[in-house]
Write a protein that binds this ligand. Structure first.
Ligand SMILES: Nc1nc2c(ncn2[C@@H]2O[C@H](COP(=O)(O)OP(=O)(O)O)[C@@H](O)[C@H]2O)c(=O)[nH]1
Ligand SMILES: [Mg+2]
Length: 380
């Protein structure tokens, strides 16, 4: 989908007001713990057989891990996994996968929450291991290291691979679990999980590593919106404003026109009826669309609110002040949709923002790829 490139809101990073695209910022997520994790990973890197560069499919470029920037070695040893593909939309991800493949990487989309997707990913790893074995002509235990910035789903992938891995029934009884959390930086050490036998394959889950410097404010906003860095750094309200700017400049909201009574011929009885109508489904088939969240009343009201505020807007979306005004109106209107009460007459924007971000991050406000497809190999 098309994302607004023009709208640049000023954001505050730890009290320093930053605006514009090319500012280099030093921000304090790189602490001694991350430094130690970086050293531990670097030490183990030469010993592993396959490196999986785990990225967030919504930001295939901005979620690149700095530690792996120069890892353009043998393609057999490097796989780019664009995880959370369910949030990016499978078809929109195709050109990205093509791009990475053209640039000599093995690349695949992954949804760590989907068994079939994990099985496919495991097959890919096993093919690569067999290939390495064929070249080396020896029997060995293969290790696969998952590396990436915070919150891209490394631990979720490690767990899922371990779960579906072809290991014996006796071993299955002893399944281990990595901590998976929506909060960034929950994984504290490198842990191994068996994911295959004959040959034995182990996957190493690692703590997240992030560059001490963020190249520009645009990347910082994308990392915040996708949850790679904690919300407190930029601020929930600012991140939500950024999301609204993207939504307002995209076509996504038009998909919600049928929900609104203000849209042409909009017939809306209740959320379930709407859902059945829009899919032309019979009552018995209700269970078949658990992934569409129009059943959820709040999601439904939020979509209508967003649709109506954007479609009623008659200003110029490319004008920063007018966009600001629209976003302000949307945050106020969303207060009702989220059932958030005013505190002392003030609109509690932070509460509204937190709820809006939660819906975006769980895919209930559509699919997004926030990066733009790079055109040169050096951008990898
Ligand atoms: N929708 C979706 N969420 C995912 C996926 N993989 C991981 N997550 C969620 O993303 C968050 C971070 O996952 P985690 O594995 O802890 O990330 P890590 O920091 O890279 O280890 C958790 O809330 C996961 O449930 C995925 O493929 N799709
Ligand atoms: Mg983790």
């Amino acid at each position: 989908m098309k994302i607004c490139k023009m709208y640049l809101i000023s954001i505050k990073v730890r009290g320093i007001k930053v605006s514009g695209m090319k500012k280099v910022m030093k921000v304090r997520w790189y602490d001694s713990f991350m430094g130690a994790a970086c050293s531990a990973i670097k030490e183990r890197l030469p010993l592993v057989d396959i490196i999986v560069h785990v990225r967030d499919a919504r930001i295939p470029f901005s979620s690149q891990c700095e530690l792996l920037r120069n890892c353009t070695g043998s393609s057999t040893h490097n796989i780019i996994a664009l995880n959370k593909m369910d949030l990016a939309g499978g078809s929109a991800l195709q050109p990205w996968m093509e791009y990475f493949r053209q640039n000599n990487f093995i690349c695949c989309g992954v949804n760590a929450h989907n068994k079939d997707s994990i099985k496919e990913f495991l097959n890919l790893i096993q093919r690569q291991v067999r290939e390495l074995k064929r070249v080396d002509n020896r029997n060995y235990t293969a290790t696969v290291m998952l590396i990436g910035i915070p919150n891209v789903g490394k631990s979720a992938i490690a767990n899922a691979l371990h779960q579906v891995g072809r290991i014996s029934a006796a071993e299955k009884g002893k399944l281990k679990h990595a901590i998976v959390s929506p909060e960034p930086r929950e994984t504290k050490d490198i842990r191994s999980f068996k994911i295959g036998s004959h040959p034995n394959i182990y996957v190493l889950d690692t703590p997240a590593v992030l560059s001490p410097e963020v190249p520009d404010v645009d990347v910082l906003r994308k990392l915040s919106l996708t949850g790679a860095i904690g919300d407190c750094l930029v601020g929930k309200k600012e991140i939500a404003q950024y999301f609204l700017a993207i939504l307002n400049s995209s076509e996504q909201y038009k998909k919600w026109a049928h929900l609104s009574t203000k849209a042409d011929d909009g017939i809306f009885l209740n959320s379930t009826t709407e859902c059945l109508n829009s899919f032309g489904l019979h009552k018995k088939e209700k269970k078949k669309f658990p992934t569409d969240h129009t059943q959820d009343n709040i999601v439904h009201d939020v979509r209508i609110t967003l649709y109506e505020t954007i479609s009623c807007f008659d200003g110029n979306i490319r004008n920063e002040d007018e966009m600001d005004a629209l976003i302000g109106r949307q945050l106020c209107a969303l207060q009702e949709a989220f059932h958030v009460s005013s505190e002392g007459g003030e609109v509690p924007h932070d509460k509204v923002a937190a709820k809006l971000l939660n819906l975006f991050r769980t895919g209930r406000l559509g699919h997004y790829i926030l990066d733009h497809l790079p055109t040169d190999i050096h951008s990898l």
